[in-house]
Design a protein around this ligand. Structure first.
Ligand code: UTP
Length: 276
């Protein structure tokens, strides 16, 4: 039902400088796999086969990663190392990758709007922020859970989690009515509110399913917090019409856009989820 997944990956990744000076943040590996590959695997498992990636200057490594490397494959053919490329080759063979560039970093909302050229306007689509690494050791991955919620409510779905009350200023925060266990009809949402003004401690993380009317709404959304076009502001317009559901997902989320989260993810994957 949701076949297309958008990966906004144009951000500068300044919290990871100097590593991200010439390399995209999305290519930083947790063990041997780049963050964006985890995201693409999640999308594929959730039923998507079109991966639309919004890149920027200095991000060409992402395109090369999702392309065949004949020389390399020839070099390791017949050796044990061949199997190290199986997972990525599987993605390359079974998904279509499309790219566009966000020329100026005008915010996540603007990056999503750039994706319109790749996605078209006729169907809902998923969005994964690859620096939010999500796993569910006990069952379906987070996007797959959200697809189930979409099937029931047929409107935009955002993934949320409870955060410490003192850290609401790092997230988009929602408030709303819990209409089913872990499912909220969103009434209000604010991007990075001051701790004293946060409407709740339910924070939006980097997984969305969006209905395509969001593109026109983003076009009409003025730059907000930090002078950037915020997807949270655009979603608020949909929420006011009762068309946004927030879903408290089952699983774990690592904020790999900052060093602490990245190290936590690395330790977790080394201990519990080693694939090497
Ligand atoms: P972040 O807030 O993590 O920003 O963006 P960033 O630039 O990647 O990292 P820092 O804060 O400088 O360290 C959240 C997501 O939105 C994308 C980023 O690539 C990331 O996946 N994004 C953000 C864009 O694609 N374009 C933008 O203009 C802003």
């Amino acid at each position: 039902m949701i076949k297309k997944c958008l990966f906004p990956a144009a951000g500068y990744g300044t919290r990871f400088l100097p590593a991200t000076k010439a390399m995209p943040k999305e290519m930083l590996p947790i063990l041997t796999k780049p963050l964006i590959q985890y995201g693409v695997e999640e999308a594929k498992e959730a039923g998507c086969n079109i991966m639309a990636i919004v890149t920027g200057r200095g991000k060409r490594a992402i395109e090369d990663h999702f392309d065949i490397s004949y020389e390399l494959e020839y070099q390791i053919k017949g050796s044990q190392k061949e199997e190290l490329l199986h997972q990525i080759r599987e993605l390359i063979d079974n998904c279509t990758f499309t790219y566009t560039r966000q020329k100026e970093m005008k915010g996540l909302g603007d990056a999503i709007l750039k994706g319109k050229a790749l996605l078209g306007e006729d169907s809902p689509f998923a969005v994964i922020l690859a620096d939010d690494l999500c796993i569910n050791p006990k069952g379906s991955n987070v996007l797959k859970q959200m697809v189930q919620v979409y099937k029931k409510y047929k409107c935009s779905i955002i993934a949320i989690m409870e955060v410490d009350k003192n850290s609401t200023d790092k997230y988009g925060i929602i408030s709303g009515k819990e209409i089913e266990k872990n499912i909220y009809k969103v009434a209000n949402m604010v991007e990075k509110p001051e701790v004293s003004k946060a409407p709740s401690n339910l924070a939006i993380i980097g997984r969305y399913i969006l209905t395509p009317d969001i593109f026109d709404i983003i076009k009409d959304t003025k730059p907000g917090k930090n002078g950037e076009v915020q997807i949270t502001d655009a979603l608020l317009t949909q929420a006011k019409e009762g068309k946004v559901i927030a879903y408290k997902f089952d699983g774990l989320r690592f904020d790999c856009g900052n060093v602490n989260g990245f190290v936590e993810a690395t330790n977790y994957f080394y201990k519990y989820n080693k694939t090497v």
